[in-house]
Design a protein around this ligand. Structure first.
Ligand SMILES: [Zn+2]
Ligand SMILES: [Zn+2]
Length: 280
């Protein structure tokens, strides 16, 4: 795995690569707009896109390892038509912006059904993604992120991820897995359980659909369905879980980003590098 960070775009998207480099990251993930708003404050200009690509290059990164994270407001699992339509529009915006920057893809949270039921939500997410793909540039992947399962969140069960991957085209849609989310959703990654969990993963989803990882330790216990990212080695997962993941050939070469805190990124990356035994 390539060990990266989620880098802030304070000062413009073109400022992210240098920030990531300062932490010692090998790849990066960014928001391309304020993640807590529906609308971007403006389009990404040709100049900004050009400056971003130059900075990626100058700091030794590859656009093919670089991802965007979509807005937290998106909920394509919603049975509220207005919320759903806004979410589809937002996915289109995210894909357009990522495409403008030549990023490999955008990961996003599928959402919560809020009482409409899991079965409804699973197909609603497919409808939402299909609608967004129809109106988006086809050179950018949409990556559904595995979720903790807080409240009525969907995407916390591997069967959900499998349902979406079966229904959606492999050349447009993939998966992002998050160590913390998997763990609190009931998929143990600690050494004693790691191999069994990987067997479970491999028999449920096509591992080739996994395009990126988020590396976060978990502040809350196993199967608690509660999100909360802890510094690597300081949470319920522990460093040994990351050692198992980073010694696993199945994930060799995939970009992975920390979403812990910029305050701990440097030590997090160092701890991860120290236990990585499979080539980046
Ligand atoms: Zn996320
Ligand atoms: Zn999270």
């Amino acid at each position: 795995m390539k060990l990266g960070v989620h880098a802030s775009i304070r000062g413009g998207v073109q400022s992210a690569p240098e920030r990531a480099r300062d932490f010692g990251a090998e790849c990066l993930q960014i928001f391309t707009k304020n993640q807590r708003r529906w609308e971007p404050s403006g389009p990404i200009t040709d100049e900004e896109a050009e400056a971003f690509r130059e900075q990626i290059d100058e700091h030794g990164y590859e656009l093919a390892d670089t991802f965007a994270h979509g807005s937290y407001l998106i909920n394509v699992a919603s049975d509220d038509d207005e919320q759903f339509d806004k979410s589809v529009d937002a996915l289109v915006t995210e894909l357009e912006r990522a495409s403008k920057l030549d990023l490999l893809g955008v990961c996003f949270h599928p959402g919560s059904h809020k009482g409409a039921g899991e079965e409804f939500a699973l197909d609603r997410v497919v409808d939402g993604i299909e609608a967004a793909l129809e109106r988006s540039p086809d050179d950018t992947l949409l990556l559904v992120e595995g979720m903790p399962g807080a409240g009525t969140q969907v995407g916390d069960d591997l069967e959900h991820l499998a349902h979406w991957m079966d229904a959606l085209p492999a050349d447009r849609v993939g998966l992002t897995l998050d160590t913390c989310h998997l763990f609190v959703a009931g998929y143990d990654l600690r050494p004693d359980a790691y191999e069994a969990t990987m067997q479970d993963l491999a028999s449920t989803i096509d591992l080739d659909r996994v395009e990126s990882w988020h590396l976060n330790d978990a502040r809350h216990p196993y199967a608690s369905a509660k999100d909360g990212h802890a510094a690597i080695g300081d949470g319920e997962l522990g460093l040994a879980a990351f050692e198992a993941l980073l010694s696993d050939e199945r994930w060799a070469g995939l970009p992975a980003s920390l979403e812990t805190s910029p305050d701990t990124y440097e030590t997090d990356l160092k701890r991860l590098r120290d236990v990585r035994s499979v080539d980046a």
